[in-house]
Every structure is written in structure tokens, then in C-alpha cells.
Design a binder for this molecule. Structure first.
Ligand code: GCV
Length: 681
């Protein structure tokens, strides 16, 4: 399948001044080579300039064809004090000799080059300031790890994949292709430095990824990624000692099991030395784990951590551990509590090379969830934030839902881990960056939304979530709007009309999607299993712990002290804020409280009227997005226009289905009519 270069297509930009003719590489290395390639390509496409490439300063004097005046120098300063301090950090500044792009390491140089290219793609006024020496740019990544988790299976399918099949696997084989390189280039351009290629649900052939059958291709992939500063990671099957090693147990404290893993890791790292480590889903949704043997998750994670430590490997251990065989009649067991209940008692017990990966919310990537309380609690454990770019519950890349505003809110959430007086910088961003507790093994991961579709993400506009995740993980200070602006300009060329239409579509889309699906934090209400489309009771009488508890008087789950007690997992003053219906943020009201339909919200509306209004307005806005988009017919390539238009049309129709199903359900159950007399069935 053909594929586009997405935001790296280097489309025309308005005339930009690019006063250089030479690149000088002050130091070598594969990543530096890629950086130089990229600069040459961008200069040619964006500024119609052929850059002459020379190996070092001595060569500059020898070559008459390269005047050497207008030179861009790529390098890593030899002296420590002159070098950007962090891995991936860079500096761009004009000096007497020319423009210098200097990195803390090779990746830093690559990121610096992509930063410069982005300024060119967006025709930024900062270019002129850079050239004149009035501006120097210095950036250091906010998060040490900036990772994409692919849920690709070896048969080529992708769990929760909405953009075609896998481009890593087919028929139990690993694919090593030019597309992998194109993907690595896209990922590196936004600062991604780690990629897990296989699904966290490791079964069948995927269990054998750590056997010699797959080593040569894994090594080839690791090298392709390595050339772009990206580490390859794999998901691991905790039951491998039994399934591969023929043992009768996977008990992490059993010596035979420990020996199995040590030997296994020795083999794996001998064949794939650049492997970053492993991601593990254990004791979750049917996956094996330490609980079977009466052990805890620190026992499980530390055993693996010890086996990979000699090779500098990391174990990323997921906290998505809950009882998925709950009885819906039981109102005390609360899935939202599970992450904290399982992992908080283990704080401080994990090895240094273990990182706990925590989903942004306590449930599962709903359109809105409050921030998982584990971030507020853990103080002596490496933590990573996990978000989902794949739009499992947010429209499956058929609806437009730009997720960066949601992730910004998560990062900005104040945990009060530093004390109830609020004096300490203790947001989720402060924690996962490692700033608050001085940690180095931490960062952000996103479940990837890519596949083998030509446009990478099924919905062309969903590529903004891929782009945006990387940009945000690299620089958590960027705003959702800045990121959207960049993405639009880089992808579609720097055109004011395209920006005028697409920018508000992107930035408003999350709230629009929320308003016609499940406002006020209620969540779920989707068809079971595939999770697409409205079904209010789809999960209500099921075993998954995902209930709305609607009855004839009200709706929502009581998670206060009188209910499941979940609110107490937060630090003060958050705990009290959520506990009290009057102070609970309204967008999360139904997550924390069972609320009567006639309860008045701050707007003065009753709860039931809000539900009706939100669904009617949301569906209208989805239709308005389609109409707004039609104005771009002449400005986008016909194929691109048609692809996006078809999805927006589906979204508009489907939003009406959502509206009518949800409103009808609540009208029938409450018997309260819509004050505005609109049609409810
Ligand atoms: C990969 C949800 C999804 C599953 C996913 C799981 C997880 O339950 O529906 O498909 O499994 O989350 O994050 O492990």
C-alpha cells in the first residue's frame, strides 16, 4: 500500500528566506546522517535550495564549489559545559561562522533540525530573527521517555486499530520495509524516542517474539528505529516460562523461573543489543501475572527488571489491573479504585529500571475521566502516563476528536502530592517528567493510532493526534492550539483559509464529541466488545465494572464515602472537592455522584434538561463541522477532501443516532419531557 509523508510532505510555503548553501557535519553517527539528509531534503523542497554537504571544517577550505560562508553546522559540542545538558536537548543559534544546530546527543541534533524545518514549514516569523541573530532557540525534552505503544498482533490485525492492518506484522512474520523507515522518520520528527511494536495482550506467535525465530528481523527493525534515535521495545508474555520454557510455573520467586528469564534475556540482548526493554500487562483481562502465585506486582516486575538490568533494559509495567468479572449487583466493588488499591501499597518497592505505566483515568480512556489517583499517591516509584491516541472510545477515527486538549488537562492536573497548601509544583506533568521526585525513568506513552492505510490514521485529521502526542510529550508547555496550528500548516501548506476552517474544527472537536455521546463524566454507553456507537445499557448488566446506575429518579455512580469510597484516594483538597456534589467539577459530576434528574446545575438547568440540550447541541455542531468543511473543496486535493468529507458526513449522521438513543432512553426512564419540546422518541 502506498503511503503519504503526512506532515513531512514538505509542501509549498510562501516564500521564505533561507540564506544557506552548505551543511557541515561536525561529528558523525547514523542519527546525525539522518538529520543532515532531512535538512537537505527540506531545503530543496521548501526553499528550492540545494545544500552542499561536507564532512568537516577542513573540507570546507578544500572545496571551491562550497563557498562555506553560509553554512549550517550540525554537531555535539565536545566540551561538557558547552553542550545542551539533556539527552535530546538542542540549541539553534546564529554565530559569525554560520547557523549552529547543536545537540546534547545525536538525537538532539535531529530534533533541532526538525525544529528548524517546522519553522520553515509554518513560515514562522522566528526564522528572520534566527538569521539575524536576535533569537536563539534552546529546547530540552519535558519527558525522558516519549513512547508509542502499538497494539499490533502478529497476524497483522491491530487491537483497537482503526487505520487498516499492521505495517509491522503479517501472517506471523515481521515486516521490515521502507514503510517502517517512513514511520520512524515521522515519529522522530515529533520527538518520539521509544516504540513498542506488539500488542500488550501477548498470545500465540507473539509469545515467540523473544525466540531466535524472530531475532534477525527484530534486529533489523531496531536498527531502522535506532537511526532515528528511537529504541525498540516489545510486549512480553508473563507466562513465557511455561509456554516457551516448559516449566510448570511462572512464579516470580521460583529460582527456575528467574533462571529462565535471565537466560532468555541474555539470548535476546545478544541478538538485539539495541532493544530498549519490555512492556508488560499482567493479571489484567485474562493475561497471566504474579497474582496466580500469591505474589504481588513488585515481585513480578522486579524479577524481569533484574534479568534485563545487565543490558540497560527497562521494564514498563502496566497498572491497568482490575477485576473484570464483577457482579453488576455489587455496588461496593469499584473498578475505578483498583489501580490505586493494587499499586499504592507497593510504592517504593520497585527496582530502578521499572516504570509503572498508568492510564490517564482510573477506568479506560473514556471521553472524559478525572485523573487517575495513583499519580497523586505514588512518591517513590517511577511513573509514566499512558494516553490513547487510538480513538477506541472517542469515535474510532471515524469521528473527529482532537485529543490534545484532553491530554493537556491531564498534564495540568494538580495532584497536591506536594501538600494541601498547593505551594509545590506537583501536576501530573511535574510527576511524569521526573521533576517532582528527581526521577530519570519516566515519561509519556500513547497507544498508537496508525495502521497500513495510505494516510496512516484512517481519518486524515486523526494524524493530528499522532503528531500532537509527540509534540506534547516533548514539550508539555505547548498549547493544544499551537500544536494544531503547526500540524495544519505542516500537513496542508501554510494557507490562511485552510487554517481558518480546520483550526476550530480540531480544537472544538473533543467537546463536541463528548456532548453528543456521554457528557458529565458518565462514560461507557457504547456497544460492548467493539465499543462503537450508542448503547446506553450495553455494559450495565455486565461483568466489566462499568455502570451508570440510572433509575427513574437519577443517574451516576456514588463514589463518595457513602458509596464506594473512591474520592478518598485523592489528596486534599481534591478529595473534598470531589466528595461534595456542589464543588465537584460538573464535567465529572456523574462519575462521582448519583444525581437526581431535577438537580440544578450551575447553569440553572436541571440535570435532565442538560442531558437533552447537550445531545441536541452536540449533534448540531457535528453537522456544522461538515458544512464548514465543505468550504475547503477547492483548496484540498480532491482525494483528501473526499476522504475527510465522507467521515464528517458519517459523524454528523451518527451523532444524531447518539442523540436520539440517549435522549429517548432518559426521557423514557425519567418521564420528564424536554422543556423545549423537541422530538424525543
Ligand atoms: C489491549 C481496554 C481495551 C482492550 C485493551 C485494554 C488494555 O480494555 O478495550 O482492547 O487491550 O484496554 O489497555 O490493556
Amino acid at each position: 500500500m502506498e503511503y503519504t509523508n503526512a506532515w513531512l510532505n514538505y509542501k509549498t510555503v510562501d516564500h521564505i528566506r533561507f540564506p544557506f548553501d552548505t551543511i557541515c557535519m561536525e561529528s558523525g553517527g547514523t542519527v546525525m546522517e539522518r538529520a543532515a539528509d532531512e535538512l537537505v531534503l527540506a531545503a530543496e523542497k521548501l526553499a528550492k535550495t540545494a545544500l552542499c554537504r561536507i564532512a568537516d571544517i577542513a573540507e570546507m577550505g578544500r572545496r571551491s564549489s562550497c563557498p562555506g560562508k553560509n553554512t549550517i553546522f550540525l554537531g555535539i559540542p565536545k566540551k561538557r559545559g558547552e553542550r545542551p545538558a539533556d539527552a535530546g536537548a538542542f540549541r539553534i543559534r546564529m554565530e559569525e561562522s554560520g547557523l549552529h544546530i547543536q545537540g546534547g546527543d545525536e538525537s538532539g541534533v535531529l530534533y533541532g533540525v526538525f525544529e528548524l524545518i517546522r519553522l520553515m514549514q509554518t513560515a514562522s516569523p522566528n526564522l528572520a530573527k534566527l538569521w539575524s541573530g536576535k533569537l536563539a532557540i534552546e529546547k530540552s525534552p519535558s519527558n525522558p521517555l516519549r513512547m508509542l505503544n502499538h497494539w499490533d498482533n502478529l497476524d497483522g490485525s491491530i487491537e483497537r486499530g482503526y487505520a487498516g492492518s499492521s505495517f509491522f506484522f503479517a501472517d506471523d512474520r515481521i515486516i521490515v520495509s521502507e514503510r517502517t523507515r517512513a514511520y520512524a522518520r515521522l515519529a522522530a520528527s515529533v520527538g518520539i524516542n521509544a516504540v513498542v511494536i506488539n500488542n500488550v495482550n501477548v498470545k500465540n506467535a507473539a509469545t515467540r517474539l523473544i525466540t531466535e525465530q524472530y531475532f534477525p528481523e527484530l534486529d533489523a527493525l531496531a536498527r531502522i528505529f535506532g537511526a532515528y534515535g528511537i529504541r525498540l521495545y516489545l510486549s512480553l508474555n508473563f507466562a513465557a516460562p511455561m509456554e516457551l520454557g516448559g516449566l510448570d510455573t511462572c512464579d516470580p520467586l521460583d529460582r527456575k523461573v528467574q533462571a529462565f528469564w535471565k537466560k532468555k534475556m541474555h539470548e535476546v540482548y545478544a541478538a538485539v543489543p539495541e532493544l530498549g526493554g519490555f512492556l508488560v500487562k499482567a493479571d489484567s483481562e485474562g493475561r497471566p501475572g504474579p497474582f496466580t502465585y500469591g505474589r504481588n506486582h513488585a515481585d513480578g516486575a522486579n524479577m524481569l527488571a533484574e534479568a534485563v538490568a545487565p543490558y540497560g533494559g527497562r521494564i514498563i509495567w502496566r497498572c491497568f489491573v482490575y477485576n473484570c468479572s464483577q457482579d453488576w449487583r455489587d455496588r461496593k466493588t469499584d473498578r475505578a479504585r483498583a489501580g490505586y488499591d493494587n499499586f499504592m501499597p507497593l510504592d517504593g518497592k520497585f527496582a530502578d529500571n521499572v516504570i509503572l505505566q498508568i492510564k490517564n483515568g482510573p477506568m479506560d480512556f473514556q471521553v472524559r475521566e478525572q485523573v487517575a489517583p495513583l499519580f497523586s499517591g505514588l512518591r517513590a516509584t517511577n511513573q509514566m502516563l499512558e494516553v490513547q491516541a487510538a480513538q477506541e472510545y472517542t469515535g474510532q477515527q471515524r469521528h473527529l476528536c482532537y485529543l490534545i486538549p484532553m491530554w493537556k488537562e491531564v498534564l495540568g492536573f494538580k495532584t497536591y502530592a506536594g501538600g494541601a497548601d498547593g505551594a509545590t509544583a506537583d501536576t501530573v506533568a511535574d510527576i511524569v517528567s521526573g521533576r517532582l521526585y528527581g526521577q530519570k525513568n519516566c515519561g509519556m506513552a500513547a497507544v498508537a493510532n496508525t495502521g497500513a492505510d495510505e494516510n496512516w490514521t484512517g481519518h486524515d485529521l486523526a494524524a493530528a493526534n499522532f503528531y500532537g502526542f509527540g509534540r506534547l510529550a516533548f514539550d508539555t508547555e505547548l498549547s493544544a492550539e499551537e500544536i494544531a496550528r503547526e500540524w495544519i500548516a505542516c500537513t496542508y501548506g501554510n494557507n490562511a483559509e485552510i487554517m481558518r476552517i480546520l483550526l476550530p474544527m480540531l480544537t472544538e472537536s473533543w467537546q463536541i464529541y463528548e456532548s453528543y455521546t456521554s457528557p458529565l463524566g458518565i462514560g461507557w454507553m457504547v456497544n460492548p466488545s467493539h465499543h462503537y456507537g450508542p448503547n446506553v445499557d450495553g455494559y450495565e448488566y455486565d461483568r466489566w465494572g462499568t455502570y451508570h446506575r440510572s433509575d427513574c429518579l437519577g443517574m451516576g455512580v456514588d463514589r463518595t464515602k457513602k458509596g464506594t469510597g473512591y474520592t478518598a484516594q485523592y489528596n486534599e483538597p481534591n478529595a473534598s472537592m470531589y466528595e461534595n456534589m456542589e464543588t465537584c467539577p460538573e464535567e465529572l459530576l456523574l462519575f462521582f455522584h448519583h444525581v437526581p434528574y431535577r438537580y440544578r446545575l450551575k447553569s440553572g438547568k436541571t440535570l435532565i434538561q442538560h442531558i437533552y440540550d447537550s445531545h441536541f447541541e452536540g449533534a448540531m455542531k457535528a453537522q456544522a463541522m461538515l458544512e464548514r468543511f465543505e468550504e475547503l473543496k477547492e483548496l484540498l486535493e480532491p482525494e483528501v477532501f473526499e476522504r475527510i468529507r465522507a467521515r464528517l458526513k458519517h459523524q454528523s449522521d451518527h451523532s444524531k443516532e447518539w442523540r436520539d438513543r440517549v435522549n429517548t432512553y432518559y426521557y423514557r426512564i425519567s418521564g420528564i419531557p424536554d422543556e423545549k419540546g423537541r422530538t424525543i422518541y
